[in-house]
Every structure is written in C-alpha cells, then in structure tokens.
Design a protein around this ligand. Structure first.
Ligand SMILES: Cc1cc2nc3c(=O)[nH]c(=O)nc-3n(C[C@H](O)[C@H](O)[C@H](O)COP(=O)(O)OP(=O)(O)OC[C@H]3O[C@@H](n4cnc5c(N)ncnc54)[C@H](O)[C@@H]3O)c2cc1C
Length: 352
C-alpha cells in the first residue's frame, strides 16, 4: 500500500517535497491556503515583465538549490552590476555616484523568474495532487492516521508534513492532541526570514539608467527605498528596477508609498525615473500566511534549524519542515531544498 502523505503549504518546500516524494512512489497531496502557489516566491507579471516581489537571488554557496536548477534545466544569469551605483546619504544632498567594489559575491537570478523552479516541479503533479484555497485550521490525531481539516474540507493521511513557517503554524493551526510544549515554545520563537520586508518594483520602457552609465544600484539612508537593483530580464528586452522600502512604511497607504518613491526616483534619476509603466509592491508584514503579527522582536534567523525540528510529532505522524527548520541556510531557498532532501531520507528510512 502506498503511504498517503499530506503536505501543508505550497511554497518551495512543499512543492519540492511533493516532487521528491512522488518520485519515490508515495501518494501525495499538497494543500495550499492561498489562491497561488509559491509562498515567499512571488514572480508577478506586470506590463508583460516578470518582477520578483519575493525571493530573487541565489549564490554559488547554494549547492543543493543549484543542483535542483541544473536537473530541471533552469538557467541562471548574473545580477547586473555594470556601471556606477548611487548613494543618498542625506535628505538635503543629491545622491552621489560610486563604483561597487569588484570583489563582491556574485548574485544569480533565474532566467524567466524564480517561479520557473516551481513551474517545473509542479508539472509532475496531477490536478488532484495540489489544491489551492485550502487553509488548514486543525489537525486531529486518529491513532493510525491524521485528519487535517481546512476551512472547507478535510483529508485523512498516514503522515503529514507541515511547511508553514513554524511561528505561523503554532499560532494558526489547532492540534487536538497537545503538541510537545518544548516544540511549541521553540516554534513560537523561530524567526521567519523577510517577514517584515516591503518590496517594490518599477517597470520601464527603456533602461535609461544604463544609458547614463549607471548600474541601477541605489542605496539610501533617507528612504523610502533603502536599496535598489537593476531588474531587467536575461534577454534584455524587458526593463525594471526592484528593491526594498523602509519597513516602517508598511502602515502607510499604497498611494503614499508610491508618491514618496516617485519623489525619490526624481532625486536619483531626474524626470526619467518618474516615467515608469507600472509600480508593484508587496508588504510581507501584512501576509498572515507568512507572518504571525505580534510586537515581539525576534533576532533574524533565531532558532532556524533548531535540533527540535529533527523530531517527529503526533506519535510519529507529523514532521515540521520548511526553510526555517533547515539546519543549513535556514530562511533561504537553499534551506527549503536542503530540508526537503533531509525529510525525503527520513521518510524513505521509515516507510520504504
Ligand atoms: C521579500 C523576500 C525576499 C527574499 N529574497 C530571497 C533571496 O533573494 N534568496 C533566497 O534564497 N531567499 C529569499 N527569500 C526567502 C525565500 O523566499 C524562502 O526561504 C522560501 O521561499 C521559503 O519557502 P517555504 O516553502 O519554506 O516557505 P513559504 O514560502 O513561506 O511557504 C509556506 C506556504 O504555506 C502556506 N500556508 C501558510 N499557512 C497555511 C495554512 N494554514 N494552510 C495551508 N497552507 C498554508 C503559505 O501560503 C505558503 O505558500 C526572500 C523572501 C522574501 C519574503
């Protein structure tokens, strides 16, 4: 009998695990609360240009992720850093040009957008194996199986893997049998990477910054954007800038943020900066599927990869996975892949 594995969450961790486990012959189902897969990978098409409102870069020191990309025939290209960068030190002075030192670690992007990884992985699923709009609210221990209840359905599985960020899991899903109190305490204090970030992207008709000898890189002590990069595509046919806004602006309206970005663009690039075709943003702090909102500060990466995540719960029927549970590169895409490989080995040893 094929073991039935239910995976909660259709981010990189959930989709990768579904792909791996299906390949090993397990019966899988992935339930995702949102109306899209990807979680913190969010490639949005805007004015026919793909912009990343979530994860963007990978690096040479991401061996597991690079292996996955290579096995899926996914191509990478270097983040464009050619040309001068701009730095705005003070409100009262114009941004200064400077050269970014050449010995920086190279960041790579994925041709077609980060979502390409998910596109390729999910191509192996049948319609029945991945369900959207299924927000899990409760998990009941039924001795030999687990019952997973969503807002509209319920599912029975031999084994469940949660890939919800641990802090969100213990604050949004109800467990009929008490979870280990040590686990709950650690999960509630596990930092979720980038949960407070505010990302923005601007699509342009032409890469006017390149014509001025600029790389599109901008840093600012003033804001609203604190850092910004060229975000044009590999083919160099679609042009964009992308960066991060000061997270204190999360409480303002979209109109206010765009107006302030517009003013800052004028300071950086003159009239050209203001001539964008579209403005996109994502306030991750507001996303209840990623961020459990409370006022407690948790140091970035705190408890990521804690040893407790190596345990199984609910009498050996639940594993808590997801990037933040990875002993290596917790919080990053590499962590999601590393932990996925680890869980695969654990389940192979257990069931095969
Ligand atoms: C703005 C930003 C920039 C980033 N930049 C980079 C980068 O450049 N490089 C890099 O390596 N990493 C980056 N990251 C981190 C990277 O995105 C994550 O490490 C990775 O995507 C995590 O995948 P995951 O599947 O573990 O978690 P998630 O992507 O958080 O997936 C969890 C999934 O669970 C779903 N879910 C939540 N609650 C429920 C529920 N109750 N029922 C069902 N489903 C539920 C969510 O909707 C989500 O789809 C960035 C993240 C952000 C937000």
């Amino acid at each position: 009998m094929k073991k039935k594995i239910l995976i909660i969450g259709g981010g990189l961790s959930g989709i990768y695990l579904g792909y791996l486990l299906k390949k090993e012959g397990f019966s899988i189902k992935i339930v995702e609360a949102n109306d899209r897969i990807g979680g913190r990978i969010y490639t949005k098409n805007s004015h026919t240009t793909n912009v990343e409102l979530g994860a963007t870069w990978l690096w040479r020191y991401n061996p597991e992720l690079l292996k996955v990309c290579s096995s899926l025939d996914i191509s990478l290209f270097e983040q464009n850093m050619n040309g001068d960068a701009l730095f705005e030190a003070m409100r009262t002075s114009a941004p200064q040009r400077f050269q970014v030192p050449k010995n920086q670690e190279i960041s790579y992007r994925i041709v077609g957008g980060t979502f390409e990884i998910l596109n390729k992985l999910k191509a192996t699923f049948t319609e029945d194996e991945l369900e959207l709009n299924q927000k899990v609210i409760q998990i009941d221990d039924k001795e030999t199986s687990l019952k997973v209840t969503t807002e509209t359905s319920s599912f029975i599985a031999d084994f469940v893997i949660s890939t919800i960020p641990p802090q969100v899991l213990v604050n949004s899903v109800h467990f009929s049998s008490d979870l280990d109190s040590g686990f709950k305490q650690i999960a509630n204090n596990t930092h979720t990477w980038m949960k407070d970030s505010v990302k923005f992207a601007l699509v342009y008709k032409t890469p006017f910054w390149k014509e001025k000898g600029l790389s599109g890189v901008g840093f600012s002590n003033v804001g609203p954007f604190t850092e910004m990069y060229d975000h044009s595509d590999f083919e160099n046919t679609h042009f964009a800038l992308m960066g991060f806004l000061n997270s204190s602006l999360a409480n303002e309206t979209r109109e206010y943020r765009e107006e302030k970005v517009n003013e800052q663009l004028f300071k950086f690039f003159g009239e050209d900066g203001k001539k964008y075709l579209s403005y996109e943003e994502k306030i991750w702090n507001e996303d209840r599927l990623v961020n459990y909102k409370n006022d407690r500060f948790i140091t970035p990466h705190f408890n990521n990869g804690h040893a407790i995540y190596q345990q199984e719960f609910l009498n050996g029927k639940l594993i808590v996975a997801g990037s933040e549970t990875s002993p290596k590169y917790g919080g990053y895409m590499e962590g999601a892949i590393y932990r996925g490989n680890q869980v695969l080995e654990q389940l192979k040893n257990k069931f095969l």
